[in-house]
Ligand binder design. Structure first.
Ligand code: NA7
Length: 558
């Protein structure tokens, strides 16, 4: 059982059918689906003061999606898709947040969300088959079902350097950026981290700060985003072929709404290969460059090397100082989450930007005035940590969660996260994740939709059958894990270190945490299980107390 004392007495425990944790893309849709479609009594919680999840917190300069907005939204509400007019191909954070607020208002969701409330523990009661949910505001709730939409990339990775507490300037983590913004004009700014976030921040702030020092540990392959206003004709074409477009998204590999390449690298001549990479470089987009040119860039070493040779040549062409160009060029495979940018490499030609390679010369300490490496002290007014997240598992493990017989999630997942279809874990009945570990490696909103629909189907199955619970069997879970592990062998992602396999967090097991089979096969499998009555790999159950009552009801009185 949880170490946290249950704070509610029996009388002030609030009863609901379901608790939803999180109000990002997934949590909002779950709340709508369960409350408005299934008619359940649902209570949602969010740490933040408003809806949006990732898009509430990540207000740092330059924050935007790098998924084309035509598929970075909900699809189930066609009217919403027709009415909402996005302005840019890759939407900025304020526009996405406005969309999610509009969604919450359209479906009157905010009245069911308690903001600025953190769920600290969840405990399954074997006797009743219900969950007890305790919040940091001292409330206790009892629910039959829990749906956790806590975010894949939300638990911050905030490394600590010696002396950090002595820093006299301002210090921020990118994903906890002050809501009112920060005025960086004319300031000396340091950025630690060069992942997607660092690349966006560095490019956005370089023109406004007096000096920018980039502390880079590992360089990244990045290609141009080619930001542009959304083409209304393109959007209207999709609206005219709405079902066809979304069916193609849901049956594709990565669900981004662009055409993924079906040909392999070796089918083209060297001239064709260069021309194909060049075309994609000019049209922009990270996932497009990785998946849209050749089908095997993430699987074949030869194709992968050709892609990196191409980008390396672009870096040499763009960055004037050869030493800086060399330091910006990765030495590893192109097998991390692909990045795209708005002039990242060219930013290092600016007189007010300095690159410090902290792999060669690690950060020794943070001083009152700035950051010290072997090269000396860099004085700073503002220090930004763009150091990423404890991805996949971080937010689930922050909550003290216990399933059947008091088994703790932290113990179950000590060696690695164990899931079924990225939504359930054994011994946790009626406990669902939205896009949990072993999720398909795809654009998220379409995946959230199919998962929430599947969860809603599972809940209906329980209610229609008169059972109290549904849970994944140990064998069902193992089957999914084995499949994910096997598929991971066919890509190069396991050979690089990144948040995708947990390697970015010291001490975290480096394991497969995604399903590499693609969105289409994932959706097919979800449909197969649902159409089979949620039986394959799953079992219905009743709370022990209910089972006892039922047994007594049929036994003759003595
Ligand atoms: P990422 O992609 O995990 O990048 C974090 C960056 O921070 C990366 O360059 C790290 O270097 C660097 N880092 C982390 N810890 C340290 C320490 N201790 N010292 C120096 N540098 C460090 O996070 P992002 O926020 O950019 O992006 C995450 C995802 O969010 C993104 O892919 C989108 O899907 C949204 P490393 O590479 O580990 O050497």
């Amino acid at each position: 059982m949880s170490d946290m004392p249950a704070t509610g007495t029996a009388t002030d425990v609030k009863q609901v059918d379901a608790v939803v944790i999180g109000s990002g893309f997934g949590g909002l849709y779950a709340l709508h689906k369960l409350r408005n479609d299934l008619g359940l009594d649902v209570q949602a919680f969010d740490n933040a003061a408003g809806v949006g999840g990732t898009w509430y917190w990540n207000t740092y300069p330059g924050a935007r999606s790098d998924t084309e907005v035509t598929a970075y939204c909900y699809s189930f509400d066609r009217e919403l898709y027709d009415e909402w007019n996005w302005t840019e191909r890759y939407p900025r954070q304020p526009e996405i947040l406005a969309y999610l607020n509009h969604f919450a208002e359209r479906y009157d969701l905010k009245r069911s969300i308690q903001f600025e409330t953190q769920v600290v523990s969840t405990d399954f009661d074997d006797a009743t088959g219900r969950w007890t949910v305790v919040t940091d505001t001292g409330q206790t709730w009892s629910a039959q079902f829990i749906i956790e939409g806590v975010g894949l990339l939300s638990s911050t990775n905030f490394p600590h350097f010696p002396g950090q507490e002595n820093f006299g300037g301002e210090c921020y983590h990118s994903s906890r950026w002050p809501q009112g913004g920060v005025d960086l004009t004319g300031k000396r700014v340091g950025v630690i981290g060069t992942g997607s976030t660092g690349v966006q921040i560095i490019t956005a702030i370089a023109p406004e700060v007096s000096h920018l020092t980039v502390f880079q540990r590992t360089p990244q392959w990045t290609v141009p985003a080619m930001h542009r206003p959304i083409d209304p004709h393109f959007l209207n074409d999709i609206r005219a072929n709405y079902d066809g477009f979304w069916n193609s998204v849901r049956s594709s590999g990565a669900a981004f709404g662009f055409d993924e390449s079906a040909i392999t690298f070796d089918t083209a001549t060297p001239e064709e290969q260069q021309a194909a990479f060049e075309r994609q470089w000019s049209s922009g987009g990270g996932f497009q460059f990785m998946l849209g040119v050749y089908a095997d860039v993430i699987a074949s070493r030869e194709a992968n090397k050709a892609a990196t040779d191409f980008i390396a040549a672009k870096i040499r062409e763009t960055v004037k100082d050869p030493e800086t160009a060399a330091a910006l060029t990765p030495t590893d495979l192109y097998a991390k989450r692909p990045l795209c940018d708005d002039g990242y490499y060219a930013t290092f030609n600016r007189d007010n930007v300095t690159l410090v390679d902290v792999k060669a010369r690690p950060i020794l300490e943070i001083t009152e005035k700035g950051v010290r490496t072997e090269l000396g002290e860099v004085e700073l007014d503002v220090l930004v940590f763009a150091t990423g997240f404890d991805a996949f598992t971080g937010n689930y493990l922050k909550i003290d969660q216990h399933g059947k017989n008091g088994v703790s999630l932290r113990d179950r997942w000590a060696d690695r996260p164990h899931t079924f279809m990225a939504m359930m874990t054994a011994e946790f009945p009626n406990w669902f994740m939205i896009y949990g570990p072993m999720c398909p490696f795809t654009n998220q909103p379409p995946a959230h939709e199919v998962e929430v629909d599947w969860i809603a189907g599972a809940i209906q199955r329980v209610r229609n059958s008169g059972a109290q619970t549904i849970e994944v069997t140990a064998a069902g879970e193992q089957r999914w894990m084995d499949l994910c592990d096997e598929l991971a062998e066919h890509t190069l992602f396991k050979e690089t270190d990144s948040w995708i396999n947990g390697a970015n967090i010291p001490g975290k097991p480096k394991v497969t945490m995604v399903y590499m089979g693609g969105m289409g096969p994932y959706v097919d499998e979800l449909n197969r299980i649902a159409e089979g009555g949620y039986a394959d790999g799953l079992e219905l159950g009743s709370g022990a107390l209910l089972a006892t009552c039922a047994a007594q009801a049929v036994m003759p009185a003595r």
